[in-house]
Design a protein around this ligand. Structure first.
Ligand SMILES: NC(=O)C1=CN([C@@H]2O[C@H](COP(=O)(O)OP(=O)(O)OC[C@H]3O[C@@H](n4cnc5c(N)ncnc54)[C@H](O)[C@@H]3O)[C@@H](O)[C@H]2O)C=CC1
Ligand SMILES: CC(C)CC(=O)C(=O)O
Ligand SMILES: [Mg+2]
Length: 355
């Protein structure tokens, strides 16, 4: 059996609950593929601030850099909302993304037949939705120069800056085009080129790269995209967009699928990949054992596929999730009378049994 190193970062809020469920499934699925996983459990976010004073301790970063892959829950919460901006828990995520060169965030949104009725949209609108959101992850306004507070013309103000360079746009659009080739072949590039200079550069570079790749590309303004995702989610194949727009549109698309608790993500780039659900630490439900672990479990499946090159176990995990949902088991976020309500832990065990 060959051995792989996984850095596991539970984080805050529901993070420890959902990563515990996913870890068991990851271990079992990997073993079936002849892989023995060696875990290093690391602190990040609010838990790290409490223990060490900083959100991303050096030993966490070192463990992530030397791992074959990283599995993360979520960070943040009201307890740390008043800490200095440069040590906020969310800095841990941004720091990991930057330090590991994770410039691409893949967020698949699929609506399984079993869950079409759970979308707030009509089943006929959502059934068959299969979107891959490719979000740029290490540039844009999250990483541009910023000012927390200054005085200008006698009033206090703050500012952030959106910057995109040609190579940053080229590599993410190229990745989206390559991903589209294994799918329905269509890429929608989302921007705000009617207002933003950075978006006009984005649009120009996206067109050139799509032409080089021979990929069908269309452009859409982000405000229209927000509307079209609700009106006709089935019309999208691959969406490629910047950091801020991708963050917002993927939470919107998550609701199309029924619950934000269902959706996984893979952050990939130059080094080890990082896998995390798209949701946050959900402080409102933390510690109650009711969080939906499926987004993290499907993130573990993406880890198997992208970082460990173990396609069969990745697909087995996805099928096990579908089967358990089809049998009517639901965590509280998706529960309706007539179905079987289960806890986070029970959902994990059911998926293990199915595997
Ligand atoms: N990657 C990360 O670590 C992220 C961290 N955050 C942080 O998380 C904290 C809370 O942020 P919010 O804006 O409230 O977003 P959130 O995603 O944590 O929660 C939004 C809503 O969705 C629900 N929800 C989220 N995940 C769920 C799950 N697995 N099962 C069932 N329900 C779920 C929550 O209960 C809440 O009602 C903040 O400190 C924020 O900065 C937010 C997004 C990403
Ligand atoms: C830094 C994170 C809190 C941003 C976010 O919401 C996300 O990546 O989904
Ligand atoms: Mg987000």
């Amino acid at each position: 059996m060959s051995s792989k190193k996984i850095a596991i970062i539970p984080g805050d809020g529901i993070g420890p609950e959902v990563t515990a469920a996913a870890r068991e499934i990851l271990t079992l699925a990997a073993r079936k593929a002849g892989l023995d996983l060696e875990y290093a459990t690391c602190l990040a976010g609010g838990a790290a601030i409490d223990a060490t004073g900083v959100p991303l301790p050096d030993d966490t970063l070192a463990a992530a850099k030397t791992a074959d892959a990283v599995l993360l829950g979520a960070v943040g919460g009201p307890k740390w909302d008043t800490v200095a901006p440069d040590i906020r828990p969310e800095k841990a995520i941004l720091g990991l993304r930057k330090a590991l060169g994770l410039y691409a965030n893949l967020r698949p949104v699929k609506v399984s037949a079993a869950l079409a009725a759970y979308s707030p949209l009509k089943p006929e609108i959502v059934t068959g939705t299969d979107i891959l959101i490719v979000r740029e992850l290490t540039g844009g306004i999250y990483f541009g120069p910023k000012c927390e507070s200054e005085t200008a013309d006698g009033v206090e103000r703050a500012w952030d800056t959106e910057i995109y360079s040609v190579p940053e746009v080229a590599r993410i659009v190229r990745m989206a085009c390559k991903a589209a080739k294994g799918r329905r072949g269509r890429v929608t590039s989302v921007d705000k080129a009617n207002v933003l200079a950075s978006s006009r550069l984005w649009r120009r570079v996206a067109s050139a790269i799509a032409q080089e790749e021979g990929t069908e590309l269309s452009h859409m303004y982000v405000d229209n995209c927000a509307m079209q995702l609700v009106l006709g989610p089935k019309t999208f194949d691959v969406i490629v967009t910047g950091n801020l727009f991708g963050d917002i549109l993927s939470d919107e698309a998550a609701v199309v699928a029924g619950s934000i608790g269902l959706l996984p993500s893979a952050s990939i780039g130059d080094g080890p990949g990082l896998y995390e659900p798209i949701h946050g630490s959900a402080p409102d439900i933390a510690g109650q054992g009711i969080a939906n672990p499926v987004g993290t479990i499907l993130s573990a499946a993406m880890l198997l596929r992208h970082s460990l090159r173990a396609e069969a176990p990745a697909a087995a995990v996805e099928q096990a999730v579908d089967a358990v949902l089809a049998e009517g088991y639901r965590t509280a976020d998706l529960y309706r009378p007539g179905l079987t309500k289960v806890s986070t832990e029970e959902m994990g065990k059911l998926i293990i049994k199915q595997l």
